[in-house]
Design a protein around this ligand. Structure first.
Ligand SMILES: Cc1cc2nc3c(=O)[nH]c(=O)nc-3n(C[C@H](O)[C@H](O)[C@H](O)COP(=O)(O)O)c2cc1C
Length: 318
């Protein structure tokens, strides 16, 4: 299939496996890329413990990239880690360039030097705002992004702060820019792919579905829970920076109660066990100490499958 997206990214199918933080690793990313999609390494991909410093994180990311390169010759993407004070984008960007990564995913930031750095090295840029808007999409296009990821409120992980679902956000962003738009949020089977394309997206970006891939380092009980659950089982609660969802865990009743009392977002964030929440519950399987975050598209996920089967299933029309 020749589309703008496959040409830009030099891949067979317009399907991107979303970064899922440390719930990605070289095996998953290479399996997706070998199957014709684009695998993406998230922050702390493939790690057995959380790093003590961001320099350690950087070295570990380099190692994981090298592992991917041993497993596939096809393009794959990595996330730019910039840090809240923006002081860290350059060491990460330089490492990605040194390792020959062909595609970078930039979350949020619209700093011209960062775009110039990658453009001057012919590294393709995927831009994904946490809360997509007409303004940030246009600005990313102006700065040189190659593709915009339009993420709807249906997604898993850190949910956008504006409650605009995938069906509404995708055509809004498609009409705002000339570069290709890829749809994210709630796409977990062929029906979601067809719908995204009908809305004007030129490809799809799937996260929750790849949590259930055989290669994913998530705890087995997380994969089984997702397969056994539907969107009706999800609890949506306020936290920092906006919202999160969780399937039932030991913390769910407490989070539901605090949320119903209009508790402030900082207290909610502490109650979910902050940034350790996903590591504890999803990577280690300690359901009493965190949340199991997924999007609302999980109702149609019926089995734990190798990533290559997931790619073939979603791309069956191409
Ligand atoms: C557990 C989890 C962790 C995530 N971590 C990241 C991340 O590190 N970086 C990022 O850009 N997006 C992250 N996301 C969001 C995905 O990139 C993507 O937008 C989302 O999964 C798409 O919606 P879906 O889950 O309905 O497929 C995460 C999503 C989940 C479910």
């Amino acid at each position: 299939m020749n589309s703008r997206v496959t040409k830009i990214l030099n891949i067979r199918y317009p399907l991107i496996q979303a970064p899922l933080y440390f719930l990605t690793n070289a095996e998953l990313v290479a399996a997706v890329s070998n199957a014709g999609g684009l695998g993406t390494l998230g922050p702390h991909a493939g790690q057995k413990s959380l790093p003590g410093s961001r320099y350690v994180a950087l070295d570990r990311m380099r190692e994981e990239i090298r592992k991917v390169k041993k497993l596939t010759n096809n393009p794959f993407a990595a996330t730019l880690i910039n840090g809240p004070d923006m002081s860290f984008w350059q060491p990460t960007a330089e490492m990605l360039a040194e390792e020959g990564v062909e595609v970078v995913l930039i979350n949020e930031v619209l700093t011209p030097e960062i775009y110039d750095f990658f453009k001057s090295r012919s590294i393709k840029i995927l831009y994904r705002a946490l809360t997509p808007s007409i303004a940030n999409s246009k600005e990313a296009e102006r700065l040189g992004a190659d593709i915009i990821i339009a993420t709807g409120f249906d997604e898993g992980g850190t949910v956008p702060s504006r409650v605009i679902g995938t069906f509404s956000i995708v055509p809004m962003i498609v009409d705002s820019v000339s570069i290709p738009v890829i749809a994210a949020g709630g796409i977990s089977d062929i029906r979601g792919v067809r719908a995204a394309l009908a809305l004007g997206a030129e490809g799809v970006f799937a996260g929750s579905l790849f949590l259930t891939a055989v290669e994913n380092p998530a705890a087995d009980k997380v994969k089984r829970l997702i397969v056994d659950s539907t969107a009706e089982d999800l609890l949506l609660f306020r936290t920092l920076p906006a919202y999160y969802r969780t399937l039932p865990t030991g913390l769910s009743p407490k989070l539901a109660e605090l949320d119903s009392q209009d508790t402030d977002r900082e207290t909610m964030f502490k109650a979910m066990n902050g940034y350790h929440s996903l590591w504890q519950a999803m990577r280690l399987g300690n359901f009493d100490q965190g949340v199991v975050s997924t999007g609302t598209g999980i109702s149609v996920i019926k089995s734990i499958r190798p990533a290559a089967e997931i790619v073939a299933d979603l791309m069956q029309d191409f």
